[in-house]
Write a protein that binds this ligand. Structure first.
Ligand code: GLC
Ligand code: CA
Length: 554
């Protein structure tokens, strides 16, 4: 049964069609281009492609301002291209999930245009209005420093409308049954066109009570169950991956204690503490975050990631911890964003240090959940801090050392291709790394392959081992008769560590290194003694060399 839950052990890869590959020279990536790169994605070992918004949009928030939920933005192609793409993905055994942005629409959406035109509009009630400026209009902004209110006066409507995000993103009145029915219709539409589910944007806000009189929004969790039921009736194996940066004690409200709400959530708690672990060489807060987010229904799963298309939000760390991460990974003001995060890509944050990048990814692939990669990270792409807000980490994919990094034959890419310096396309590109046996790309391909050989990470029980040295982070998974153990040295200096595998009987006495030949045999007291280099990592199967023979299938 667990085997049927494809998302528990899949490798996800997130990309934006517009910055992936342009085939007609207009400077914007398109579905035709994405299709040409499906073999590349398949070759790395990607199981599911997560497409960021590609529906018709004025593109004022990278497509998170949708103006037509039932169409492909013409600059990316047509609905026909989309269906060709999902078909081509399926024929390679890959699935597609897409962003579902239904907390708000673009202010250019026909619903909003109609709603603002008259109080009698059938769409008036699809949005959230107030005749007077609500007292809390200067609270709850998602983009502090860039956005200064959550209620804006609309000249045409002669009322204020609510917007949790930018003012061109009016919030939908998601409590309205008609809006809810429309959300289901949107899901049904894309499911029919071949997607396996949705990355649902801003879930806590979608389900929150909204209105001028709401002082403390309350989540309407039943809505999640409604979405889930609808999906499962239409297509049983489709999922929702929720973007919900919430406190651990509400996790189960999102998953549903009977596993009847969201199948997946991004683990923001672990994400932030993982960066703290890397910055401070201290794994203890990460271990705590893992324990806090441990409980989840059997069918539910965490998504584990490093960087995404937004800033690295550090809002859940203590002030001191946050300062430490800023100091190590984003010391300059221009590297930070919204008073809470870092907007850089991973490689520059880690100074392009290969050892630290491998360490970070080794952690990502061995923490409990399903790994989610971001396009370009597999070749260690950099950022362009001269671009505003989050755009710095959304530059076009670097395919080769041809002009514009091989992204477009045109001269006006949608965002500038990074050129020159250590992260320019001349140095960092797929074509080059494909040929180099020791490249980061080839390392990535191999680590993904190894991750797939340890499905226990996705389905097993985990235990963080007690290590005396806080810079050593060790985690073991047990599933039926199988155990796997992963050790990371978060510090830059070599360490000799002495530990017990913690598995009953003889089994724990032999650790088989699955990445290298450094197997370990315990002494007669059952203790292993391993020397691990600075920023080093070890992936072990617990048990004899013939573990594969006795492995119980999952
Ligand atoms: C989510 C997206 C972000 C977007 C926002 C508004 O947080 O990740 O990119 O700006 O929602 O839709
Ligand atoms: Ca194009």
């Amino acid at each position: 049964m667990i085997n049927d839950l494809w998302y528990k052990n899949a490798v996800f890869y997130c990309l934006n069609v517009g910055t992936f590959l342009d085939t007609n020279g207009d400077g914007t990536g398109d579905f035709q281009g994405l299709m040409r790169r499906l073999d590349y994605l398949h070759g790395i070992g990607v199981d599911a492609v997560w497409l960021m918004p590609f529906q018709t949009s004025p593109q004022r928030d990278d497509g998170y301002d949708v103006a037509d939920y039932y169409n492909v933005d013409p600059r990316y192609g047509t609905l026909g291209d989309f269906v060709e793409f999902t078909h081509a993905a399926h024929s390679r055994g890959m699935r597609v999930i897409i962003d579902l942005v239904v907390n708000h629409t673009s202010d250019q959406h026909p619903w909003f245009k109609d709603a603002r035109s008259s109080p009698d509009s059938p769409y008036r009630d699809w949005y959230v209005w107030s005749k007077t400026k609500p007292a809390n209009a200067d609270q709850g902004m998602v983009f502090p420093g860039v956005q200064d209110t959550t209620w804006t006066y609309d000249e045409q409507a002669k009322e204020y409308y609510f917007h949790r995000f930018y003012d061109f993103q009016p919030d939908l009145n998601t409590a309205n049954p008609k809006v809810q029915a429309e959300i289901l219709k949107i899901m049904g539409f894309w499911i029919q066109l071949g997607v396996s589910g949705f990355r649902m944007d801003a879930v806590p806000f979608v389900i929150a009570t909204k209105g001028a009189d709401v002082t403390k929004p309350v989540e309407q969790f039943d809505m999640l169950r409604m979405f889930r039921e609808f999906l499962q009736w239409r297509k049983g194996d489709s999922i929702i991956l929720a973007e919900a940066n919430v406190l651990p004690d509400t996790d189960m409200d999102y998953f549903g204690s009977d596993g009847d709400r969201m199948q997946m959530m991004f683990n923001f708690q672990v994400n932030q503490h993982l960066f703290y672990a890397l910055a401070a060489s201290d794994g203890r807060p990460l271990a705590k975050a893992l324990r806090q987010t441990k409980s989840r229904p059997e069918t539910a799963q965490w998504a584990i990631f490093l960087r995404n298309h937004d800033e690295l939000d550090l809002g859940r760390l203590t002030d001191e911890q946050r300062e430490k991460v800023f100091e190590e990974f984003g010391p300059e003001k221009g590297m930070q964003l919204y008073d809470r995060g870092i907007r850089r890509r991973l490689a520059p944050m880690l100074d392009g240090d290969r050892r630290r990048m491998e360490l970070a990814y080794s952690l990502m692939f061995t923490l409990p959940g399903t790994p989610v990669l971001r396009y370009g990270d597999e070749i260690a792409m950099g950022d362009d801090l001269s671009l505003p807000e989050r755009n710095c980490a959304r530059t076009p994919m670097q395919w080769s050392n041809e002009p514009q990094g091989g992204f477009t034959l045109g001269s006006k890419p949608v965002l500038p291709v990074i050129s020159g310096g250590p992260y320019g396309y001349e140095t960092i590109n797929v074509a080059h790394q494909r040929r180099e046996p020791e490249s980061f790309l080839n390392w990535m391909e191999r680590i993904i392959r190894m991750r797939k050989e340890v499905p226990e990470i996705g389905v097993g029980d985990f235990t963080v081992l007690n290590m005396r040295d806080p810079s050593i982070f060790a985690i073991r998974y047990d599933w039926r008769n199988n155990s796997a153990l992963f050790i990371h040295n978060l510090s830059g200096s070599p360490k000799e560590i002495v530990f017990e595998a913690g598995v009953e009987g003889e089994e724990g006495n032999v650790l088989v290194d699955v990445l290298d030949s450094g197997h370990s045999k315990a002494d007669d007291k059952g203790k292993h003694r391993v020397v691990i280099e600075g920023y080093g990592y070890r992936w072990y199967r617990v048990g004899g060399l013939n573990y594969l023979l006795k492995r119980t299938d999952i």
